[in-house]
Design a protein around this ligand. Structure first.
Ligand code: GLU
Length: 633
């Protein structure tokens, strides 16, 4: 079957129920309900209130960009443990009219005074809960710029649902309750430094009795509402300008000077000038990374994300295997499939640790080399003569790569021998993801984050938002080294104005029609730290190789290996066959106890009929709202 028809078939959503003009209001469904098809737009978010906000924007004639901004701002209120105006993110936009796809980078940056060794000898737990971990928040600057350039509504209008949710409150659901519980528990991010106002603030707002609000309680956030209202009234300057009457920027700078007790060197280094520069410069617009996988076109996030580079590497590595062919030992969940997936993950995570980071101002970091077909081919398809001593491996089912090291993707490769094994990737299941398609076929898929659950645990007193701890996505100790035999470019070392390496990978999949025109068919992404990368990889395989419907692709169990080291453990969900895991264990793979991985929100467009659908993740409170066609005027 040609790819276009095959993809259309797998995205087909069964009996569709397009309503007549004057149709009832949007249909709300949870993650596992049957999936109808729509043409008036679809939103998928991790919390129902944000989906409702976005759907109302689409219903009122807004486009996908308007709806995405409204959704992300609403999530800042109802999912404050995961994202917010104290954080940052990435957004991919596909514009139906021009056919352009743009990556918007509003990742937090290191302040001008940051330096490679600024974390000193602090460990992650201490560094990530001190002001030194706080990156310059870029979310509002990014969202406002996206709205201004591609949206149709004002920032004030896009803020309305968020302001309402903050001012009037919303009912605390089990996920927020659990997050508060985890935060205030001993060692949790909301449990540090009692008596210090910047640490006390989050406890005061979210756990005034020292525990989560009782089920059914409305959480009202008047101070966050006031901050958002100030931005609605005076623009992003109300957040970024230390001279603004809101006092937000000055309070933010003061809050990030807080640090764990006895560690004054871990005070944040951000200044009013850093905030002003972020507002003035705005987000960075980037060309998406683009590659082919079995005839489909994949567009994903470039650096400072490692997510897109790893996704492209892994897809190229597994493309030579018939992953859909059960008779050949492959198919979803088969030992051979998981075997090659896990070793592709290890190969990419080895390269990630050495070569991936913010490439702005770093032409020495080999972006195109990392996804060059000759390089990736040498890395993982060099059978029958692999040379592990030289970074080339024989990726084959039935064996586990003994020792995986970073390769050398530079044009002048081969001048050095890899030394230390890279450390395991970072984990976590924070952050949030939104995917939206509108009635015109514009698509937005965006991941937003404050990094850890509750970010740094610091909250700006009197202004209602949590500060990220994104800078601990940098190497805590600089790794740059030019020593003979141990060359390391320090790709992810801290530097002034640099962005920490991310895993976030909002991705859009296209197929080509008979005329060779690319048509978007799916947009997706996930939170989950380094597991974002393996989750987006799995969704891509589920859709293309395994021919799953979108919801089945999301519901299917996942596994994630984010470290290259021989002892690295695979995170795994329940649902894989015990016999399969035993076979893999016999090859040397180690599995952790089952736990949920990621939270995918996605939309699809049937390339043949234009019908739209959404899929959301029951691992959180994933919600899809689809709209019927707009009534005739
Ligand atoms: N800070 C992470 C990143 O940018 C995201 C955090 C998470 O999803 O847990 O890759």
């Amino acid at each position: 079957m040609p790819l276009l028809a095959a993809v259309a078939a797998s995205l087909a959503v069964g009996a569709c129920s397009l309503a007549e003009p004057g149709a009832p209001p949007p249909v709300v469904r949870t993650a596992s309900a049957p999936n109808p098809a729509f043409t008036g737009g679809v939103v998928a978010t991790s919390e129902p209130e944000a989906a409702t906000a976005a759907a109302a924007v689409l219903d009122a004639g807004g486009n996908a960009i308007d709806a995405a901004v409204a959704a992300l701002l609403a999530l800042a209120v109802v999912e404050p443990q995961s994202s917010g105006i104290g954080g940052g993110g990435f957004m991919m936009i596909h514009l139906a009219d021009s056919g352009e796809t743009i990556a918007i980078d509003f990742r937090e940056t290191a302040p001008a005074a940051a330096s490679p060794a600024m974390f000193g000898d602090a460990d992650f737990a201490i560094a990530s809960t001190s002001g030194i971990a706080v990156g310059v928040p870029s979310a509002l600057a990014g969202l406002a710029a996206a709205l201004e350039r591609w949206g149709t509504m004002s920032l004030a209008a896009a803020l309305e649902p968020a302001i309402r949710l903050a001012a009037d409150g919303f009912v605390v659901g089990p996920r927020l309750g659990d997050s508060i519980e985890a935060g205030v528990r001993a060692g949790g991010r909301l449990a540090h430094e009692p008596g210090n106002p910047a640490y006390d603030e989050a406890r005061r707002v979210f756990a005034p009795q020292g525990r989560p609000p009782a089920a059914g309680t409305r959480l009202v956030q008047p101070q966050l509402a006031a901050t958002l209202k100030a931005v609605a009234a005076r623009g992003v300057g109300a957040f970024y300008d230390c001279a603004d009457e809101s006092g937000v920027a000055r309070a933010l700078i003061a809050a990030q000077r807080a640090h764990r007790r006895g560690r004054p060197e871990l005070a944040g280094r951000m200044t009013c000038a850093d905030l002003a520069a972020t507002a003035a410069v705005g987000p960075t617009l980037r060309a998406p990374l683009t590659g082919d996988y079995r005839g489909a076109v994949v567009r994903t996030m470039p650096p400072p994300s490692s997510g897109g580079l790893c996704l492209m590497q892994m897809l190229a590595m597994v493309e030579r295997f018939p992953l859909d062919d059960g008779a050949a030992g492959f198919g979803f969940g088969a030992a051979d499939t998981l075997n090659v997936m896990m070793d592709a993950m290890r190969l990419c995570f080895a390269d990630r640790a050495r070569w991936m980071g913010d490439t702005d101002g770093r032409p020495d970091l080999p972006v195109s080399g990392l996804i060059d077909p000759a390089y990736v081919g040498r890395r993982a398809a060099s059978c029958p003569d692999p040379d592990p001593a030289d970074d080339a491996y024989c990726l084959l089912p039935g064996q586990r790569l003994a020792m995986v090291r970073a390769g050398d993707p530079r044009p002048e490769a081969g001048q050095w021998r890899p030394a230390a094994l890279p450390r395991d990737g970072d984990g976590g299941n924070e952050t949030t993801h939104v995917s939206i398609v509108d009635r015109w076929g514009n698509i937005v898929t965006a991941t937003a984050t404050i990094e850890s659950l509750w970010g740094s645990g610091l909250m700006v007193p009197g202004h209602g938002f949590v500060l990220n701890n994104q800078l601990t996505d940098f190497n805590l100790r600089p790794t740059a080294s030019a020593a003979d035999g141990t060359f390391d470019p320090g790709a992810n070392d801290v530097g002034p104005g640099r962005r920490p390496r991310s895993s976030m990978a909002p991705t859009i999949l296209f197929v080509r029609d008979a005329a060779g025109r690319e048509r978007p068919v799916a947009a997706y992404g996930s939170p989950g730290g380094a597991t974002i990368i393996t989750t987006v990889f799995a969704i891509t395989l589920n859709l293309i190789d395994h021919g799953m419907t979108l919801q089945a692709a999301i519901d299917a169990p996942r596994l994630s290996l984010t470290g290259a080291a021989a002892a690295a453990t695979t995170a795994i969900e329940a649902g894989f066959a015990a016999a399969t895991l035993s076979r893999l264990a016999a090859l040397g793979y180690r599995f952790a106890a089952p736990a949920p991985i990621g939270s995918v929100q996605a939309v699809t467009v049937d390339p043949l009929t234009g019908r739209q659908a959404g899929g959301a993740d029951a691992r959180r409170r994933g919600t899809v709202i689809g709209l019927q066609p707009a009534p005739a005027p």
